[in-house]
Design a protein around this ligand. Structure first.
Ligand SMILES: [Zn+2]
Ligand SMILES: [Zn+2]
Length: 450
């Protein structure tokens, strides 16, 4: 029996929030999982995509777009469900994934021990040792087929997504149809990474929409934001304060270090020590080791030369200094949470937010100046330090996303990786740039014919 369609799609992870990304696409008898993410803010099992929904479907390959947990944190679990699947990613993502999964195992153990959550870790060290041999890596713009299933005719190509080291969008070509999944994408350059380099014309586009509801992101001028950042930073440092930048270990830490380095070189901020604390240091090493393969002009060992040194736990926090520390959301138990508590009472100090923070985390509470709840959380009578928010994003703003849709001119756009208002804004405006496109805001666990 001939079916009326042969390409089916089901998001098994989160769609209308920034949670676990996992998109399943079936091409006749073959199936591909795009990302195997995890929602790290939920109890472990609840943060895993609904892989059971695919138990009667083929999963021949898992393609991981980048090494943030929301895109690969449940990869070990996915491989328990689909032990025969090939795992494809870029070389940098393969290295980062291994390090990130190992680190996240420690985090899970710590959380379990301190009983923030009653659960067991999702996987063991031994299991990670086993699955790392499955990671097959391909550089950007190097097409490859589905190994062992060449008859499927599937062809995959990674494209530089400009989001973090190794991040990729995936082009899937099949029977003269082209499907492109952005993963997380940044179209203009950051301080280290250049903007994405993506293919032209595709038939189906599955895109992120993180900043779809953010009307500020597209109006902020990068130069002006850097100037404001340098100005506020200098102010605090001249007072002798310590400025804490709570940031993600992977991506934001390295980008901010590079910005600070350039500002210091141009004497736009005082030459004070820059410390890095937490897991970001381990990631710096990987950036230094691998970045030159993607950007030959990047000098080997550059990040290592910028930092003043590793922060030692018992050292006193004496200003003036800049401290870059994970986690970006000041999660309880993290290095940045501890530093924030030490710094909060002294009015010379400051906490600068330079990335995303979930509103319900301590970072989000502080960003939104919900100090009452925070005082309880920190156990402090007062919060005197200044708190500032800056916009340096690793995601495309919505105007850029619309330009991307215009350029790719797909017959179908699937909107994901954004809060509901973000997806809806994109859905309202895509007809202006691609009037013929069918627009889909999918629901998790539902099946769609593409
Ligand atoms: Zn990401
Ligand atoms: Zn993401």
């Amino acid at each position: 029996m001939k079916r009326s369609f042969s390409l089916r799609y089901c998001p098994v992870g989160a769609v209308s929030e920034i949670g676990a990304s996992a998109h399943y696409v079936q091409f006749d008898r073959w199936g591909v999982l795009l990302d195997a993410g995890l929602d790290p803010h939920r109890a472990t099992q609840d943060g895993v995509p609904a892989y059971d929904a695919l138990s009667n479907h083929p999963v021949n390959a898992i393609l991981v777009t980048h090494a943030h947990l929301d895109h690969m944190g449940s990869l070990p679990v996915a491989l328990q469900h689909f032990p025969n699947a090939r795992v494809y990613m870029t070389p940098a993502t393969a290295e980062l994934t291994e390090v990130m999964l190992r680190h996240y195992l420690q985090v899970q153990r710590k959380q379990a021990a301190e009983q923030w959550q009653a659960y067991r870790p999702l996987y063991t060290e031994e299991y990670l040792d086993m699955i790392r041999y499955l990671f097959q890596s391909f550089p950007y713009k190097t097409p490859f087929g589905l190994h062992g299933y060449e008859e499927s005719g599937l062809r995959f190509t990674f494209y530089d997504a400009g989001h973090i080291l190794g991040s990729a969008g995936v082009l899937i070509e099949w029977k003269r149809r082209r499907l492109f999944y952005t993963g997380n994408v940044r179209l203009s350059s950051q301080f280290i990474l250049k903007g994405a380099r993506l293919p032209d014309a595709v038939d189906i586009l599955i895109t992120e929409a993180t900043y779809g509801a953010d009307d500020r992101a597209e109006t902020i001028k990068r130069g002006a934001e850097i100037k404001r950042f340098a100005g506020r930073l200098s102010e605090r440092l001249k007072l002798g304060g310590v400025v804490l930048l709570p940031v993600f270990a992977l991506g934001r830490t390295q980008e901010m270090l590079m910005l600070l380095h350039r500002l210091r070189q141009k004497n736009r901020i005082p030459a004070v020590p820059i410390y890095v604390a937490g897991f970001g240091l381990a990631i710096n090493r990987l950036y230094d080791r691998m970045l030159h393969k993607i950007y030959p002009q990047y000098r080997h060992g550059q990040l290592r030369t910028i930092t003043f040194g590793r922060w030692r736990a018992r050292r006193r926090l004496n200003g003036p200094a800049i401290l870059i520390s994970t986690s970006g959301m000041l999660l309880p138990g993290s290095a940045s949470f501890g530093f924030a508590r030490q710094l909060a009472e002294d009015a010379r100090n400051a906490i600068f937010f330079v990335g995303y923070a979930d509103p319900e985390t301590p970072g989000g509470l502080l960003r939104d100046k919900r100090f009452d709840t925070l005082q309880q959380l920190f156990g402090l009578p007062r919060l005197n330090c200044s708190v500032e928010v800056f916009h340096f994003s690793a995601h495309a703003h919505r105007g850029e996303l619309l330009k991307l849709v215009r350029r790719m001119n797909p017959s179908c756009v699937v909107l994901t990786h954004g809060e509901k208002p973000a997806l809806e804004w994109m859905a309202r405006h895509i007809p202006e740039v691609a009037p013929q496109s069918r627009i889909l805001i999918p629901e998790s666990g539902q099946w769609y014919a593409l």
